[in-house]
Design a protein around this ligand. Structure first.
Ligand SMILES: Nc1ncnc2c1ncn2[C@@H]1O[C@H](COP(=O)(O)OP(=O)(O)OP(=O)(O)O)[C@@H](O)[C@H]1O
Ligand SMILES: [Mg+2]
Length: 275
């Protein structure tokens, strides 16, 4: 069975795409067959990969947004075989025509046609709750809420959880409530008192339905920004630095999640579908 994970937060710039790419590359290092699906029209997965910018700039690229509109096309044809993982890109060209679409099952139908070739599928999402995020939530087996330590980002997670819990379409709210959820902290600065206090308070967040906190905390490191330009995920470019070490641990957690059906967090364990 394939483990499908959606990376979400309503707030932008909190390292959703960085996490998607490092987790994907880390899982590939563990010999997992990995597919990343970029549902964000910014197309940042391709933007970050060296030499792939043309899929973002090219109106003809077969993107996930194009596949939403053309269910007759085999989605396997949209898969790009990248150096660090396979991926389906996105860009703004086809996305603009998804305006007004509301079917939340489109991505699940696409994944059902490609998943036999993959152990892990990771869905990167845009920083807002629209067609793409709702499709990702519906299609995923588990949701990873990625946040930095800013008030805006943590509030973004809380709002997202509370809005989705009461979503106007009851099917979506019940799907969301029942999905196993985890929280990953990024841009961590170990010696900051505020960060330590926040981690302690969120560790118990299982009680408020936000999901279990993961034991991995991704440190803030300028090198990650540089890697965005070089197109090589940090886990590959600098496998020994602190960011790479935490993403390596996250990849191991996800490998065990698929093979044992359990995600082990900082204090709690959550069940996910097992291979
Ligand atoms: N651990 C880190 N340390 C320092 N900078 C980081 C780290 N992780 C990500 N960044 C940088 O932060 C910026 C935002 O990261 P990223 O694009 O992954 O966020 P995002 O949540 O996907 O944003 P968006 O919501 O726009 O899609 C990028 O410039 C990235 O290089
Ligand atoms: Mg992003």
């Amino acid at each position: 069975m394939t483990l499908v994970t959606a990376i979400i937060n309503f707030k932008g710039g909190v390292a959703k795409t960085t996490t998607t790419m490092n987790l994907g590359a880390g899982l590939r290092k563990l010999k997992e067959r990995v597919l990343i699906i970029d549902t964000d029209p910014q197309g940042n997965v391709a933007v970050n990969l060296q030499g792939s910018e043309e899929s973002v700039l090219n109106p003809q690229t077969l993107t996930i947004s194009a596949l939403y509109q053309r269910p007759d096309i085999d989605p396997n044809k949209a898969i790009i075989k990248g150096t660090y993982f396979d991926y389906i890109p996105n860009n703004l060209y086809a996305y603009q025509r998804t305006n007004g679409m509301s079917d939340y099952r489109l991505l699940k139908l696409i994944i059902d046609k490609v998943k036999h070739n993959y152990d892990q599928i990771i869905i990167d999402t845009p920083p807002y709750l629209g067609l793409d995020a709702i499709n990702a939530i519906y299609a995923a087996d588990t949701l990873m809420l990625v946040t930095d330590f800013s008030k805006a980002s943590l509030t973004g997670v809380q709002i997202l959880v509370s809005v989705l819990d009461k979503w106007h379409d009851k099917q979506i709210s019940s799907v969301f409530k029942n999905k196993p959820k985890t929280i990953l902290f990024t841009m961590h600065q170990k010696n900051t008192v505020l960060h330590r206090e926040l981690l302690e308070s969120v560790e118990d967040s299982k009680a408020v339905g936000m999901g279990i906190m993961l034991k991995e905390r991704i440190p803030r490191l300028l090198k990650v920004v540089e890697d965005g330009y070089s197109g090589v995920p940090t886990i590959i470019s600098n496998p020994r630095n602190k960011v790479a070490t935490e993403y390596k641990s996250l990849a191991e957690t996800w490998y065990y999640a698929r093979t044992t059906g359990k995600i082990t967090g900082s204090r709690y364990i959550v069940n996910v579908p097992k291979s």
